[in-house]
Design a protein around this ligand. Structure first.
Ligand code: PMP
Length: 453
C-alpha cells in the first residue's frame, strides 16, 4: 500500500525539516522517497529516480540496499547493541585497524557520530594542546572562505559561508578566516594561482602572529561551497606553511572521505601529511551513524596519562560514539569498496563524467566552469561568461527540477548567496556505470535547454 497521505499529514503537522526542507510543508504533492536499490530510489508513487547525489548530501557511497552491511549491523545489534565507547568494542577495534591500513602516517581513531562532532573533537584537541604545550597561546584555528565544517556553534564559527552565521552569534572566538582557492573566481591576477592562494594563508598567520595559531582546518575539495578542486601547487605550499609555523593541519574529509574522489581520502591525491582527518558521511554510507577523527601517534602521545597533571587526558566523551552498529557497518562498507574495485570505478567514471560535463559546457554558454575529482563534480552556471555573474538561484533550481522531471536527481549548492548557489552538483554512488553517467548528463543537457534555451 503506497498511500502515504496519513504519513504526509503527520509530517506536515509535526516534523521540522532540515535546512531547505521547509519546502515539503509548502508542496501539495511532496516527493517521499520510500525505497532504494543500487543507484536508484523510488518515491511513494512508485516513480523511479537515478540518484546522482547519493542521498541528497553525498552520503550513500556504496549505493542502496546492501545486504552485507544490513547483515553485519543486524548480527552485531543482536549480540551487543551498545556499551560506552570508553570500554572499546570488537567492531570498533576491527574497523580502526582496517581504516588505519588506508591512512599511512596516522594511527589513532576516535569515534563519534557526526561530521560536526568529529571536527569539534579536533578543535578541542588543538585547544588543549595549546594549553599543555604553548602556555595557552596557540589556540586560534584557521578556516577557509567557502568551506563548511558543521552545524554546532564552534563548527559554525569555522564556516566560510557567511549566511550560515547570520543570527547565530555570538560565535566561538578564536576562529579566523583565510581566502579560498577557487581559480575560476580569481582574487589575484597571477600565473601561479595555487602558490598565491596558499601564500594568503601565510599572510593571515603572520597578521595574527604565528605564536597564536594552532591549526588550520580545510576541505581537500570544497563541497557545498562550490565543488572547488585546488589549483596546482596549492597543497604543497600549504603543507610547507603549516610546518614552518607549527600549525597543525586538519583535513575535513566528511564529504571526500572513503572513496568519493577515487582514492580512500581526498588528501591522498595531493601528498598531504595531515595531523587530523575527520570523516562521516561515506564511512558507513548512511547505514549507521558513525564519524571518526583520525590522528597521529604524536598527538595521541601528548594526551598520555601523566600523574603530575590530572587534567592531561582528553576529557571528552560521545555517548553514541560507543554504538557498535557504526563500525560494524563501516567495516562491511569498506569491504564492498575493496571487493568491487570501487576506487578504480570512481576514477574512471569520474573522468568520463567530467568529459561529458565539458561537452555540456561547449554546448551551453550558461555553463561557465566544470570541475571535480572522482565522482564528486560540479558545473557552475553563469549569466555571462565574461563577467562570470552567477545565474539567479531560481534558475539553477529549475535545472534541478527539470532533471527530476526526467527521473534524475541532481543537486545544487544552496547557499542563498550569489556566487554560492549556482553550481550544479553530481555525486552518484561509486558503483555508477557509463550508462548511468550518460543518463545523468543527458538529462542535464535537456534541462539546460529547457531552462536557458
Ligand atoms: N564537513 C563537511 C565538509 C560537510 O559537508 C558536512 C556536512 N554537510 C559536515 C562537515 C558536517 O557533518 P554533519 O552534518 O554530519 O555534522
Amino acid at each position: 500500500d503506497n498511500d502515504l497521505s496519513d504519513v504526509v499529514a503527520a509530517d506536515k503537522a509535526h516534523v521540522w525539516h532540515h535546512l531547505t526542507q521547509h519546502k515539503p510543508f509548502e508542496t501539495s504533492d511532496p516527493r517521499v522517497i520510500v525505497e532504494g536499490k543500487g543507484i536508484h530510489v523510488w518515491d511513494a508513487k512508485g516513480t523511479r529516480y537515478l540518484d546522482a547525489v547519493s542521498g541528497g548530501v553525498w552520503t550513500v557511497n556504496v549505493g542502496y540496499g546492501r545486504e552485507s552491511i544490513a547483515d553485519a549491523v543486524r548480527e552485531q545489534l543482536v549480540k551487543l547493541n551498545y556499551f560506552a565507547g570508553s570500554a572499546g568494542s570488537i567492531p570498533g577495534a576491527k574497523f580502526s585497524e582496517k581504516l588505519i591500513e588506508k591512512m599511512p602516517g596516522l594511527s589513532r581513531v576516535y569515534y563519534c557520530n557526526s561530521g560536526s562532532e568529529a571536527n569539534e573533537k579536533a578543535f578541542k584537541m588543538v585547544r588543549q594542546i595549546a594549553h599543555k604545550r604553548f602556555g595557552g597561546k596557540k589556540t586560534k584555528i584557521l578556516f577557509r572562505e567557502r568551506d563548511y565544517h558543521g552545524t554546532t556553534i564552534a563548527a559554525l564559527s569555522a564556516c566560510g559561508q557567511p549566511e550560515r552565521h547570520m543570527q547565530y552569534g555570538p560565535l566561538t572566538p578564536g576562529f579566523v578566516e583565510v581566502p579560498h582557492c577557487l581559480e575560476y573566481r580569481k582574487q589575484w591576477d597571477v600565473e601561479d594561482y595555487g602558490q598565491r592562494a596558499a601564500d594568503a594563508i601565510e599572510e593571515v598567520i603572520l597578521r595574527e602572529g604565528p605564536e597564536t595559531v594552532g591549526a588550520i582546518c580545510l576541505e581537500p575539495v570544497t563541497a557545498g561551497g562550490g565543488v572547488i578542486t585546488p589549483p596546482k601547487g596549492y597543497w604543497e605550499r600549504v603543507q610547507e606553511i603549516c610546518k614552518k609555523y607549527e600549525v597543525l593541519l586538519h583535513i575535513d574529509e566528511v564529504v571526500c572521505g572513503v572513496g568519493r574522489t577515487g582514492t580512500w581520502f581526498g588528501y591522498q591525491h595531493y601528498g598531504i601529511k595531515p595531523d587530523f582527518v575527520t570523516m562521516a558521511k561515506g564511512v558507513a554510507s548512511g547505514y549507521a551513524a558513525i564519524a571518526c577523527l583520525v590522528t597521529t601517534e604524536e598527538v595521541f602521545d601528548m594526551f598520555k596519562d601523566d600523574a603530575s597533571d590530572p587534567l592531561n587526558y582528553f576529557r571528552d566523551i560521545s555517548t553514541f560514539g560507543g554504538c557498535t552498529a557504526g563500525p560494524a557497518a563501516a567495516l562491511a562498507n569498506m569491504e564492498i569498496i575493496e571487493n568491487e574495485g570501487l576506487l578504480e570505478n570512481t576514477t574512471q567514471m569520474g573522468e568520463y563524467c567530467l568529459t561529458k560535463l565539458e561537452e555540456l559546457m561547449e554546448k551551453h554558454k550558461v555553463v561557465g566552469d566544470v570541475r571535480g575529482k572522482g565522482l564528486f563534480l560540479g558545473a557552475e552556471l553563469v549569466a555571462d561568461r565574461a563577467t562570470k555573474e552567477p545565474v539567479a538561484e531560481k534558475l539553477a533550481q529549475q535545472v534541478v527540477a527539470e532533471c527530476g522531471a526526467q527521473g534524475v536527481m541532481i543537486g545544487v549548492t544552496n547557499r542563498s548567496l550569489p556566487g554560492f548557489n549556482n553550481t550544479l552538483c553530481l555525486s552518484p554512488a561509486l558503483i555508477a556505470t557509463k550508462d548511468n553517467i550518460d543518463e545523468i548528463t543527458g538529462a542535464m543537457d535537456v534541462a539546460l535547454t529547457r531552462v536557458f534555451g
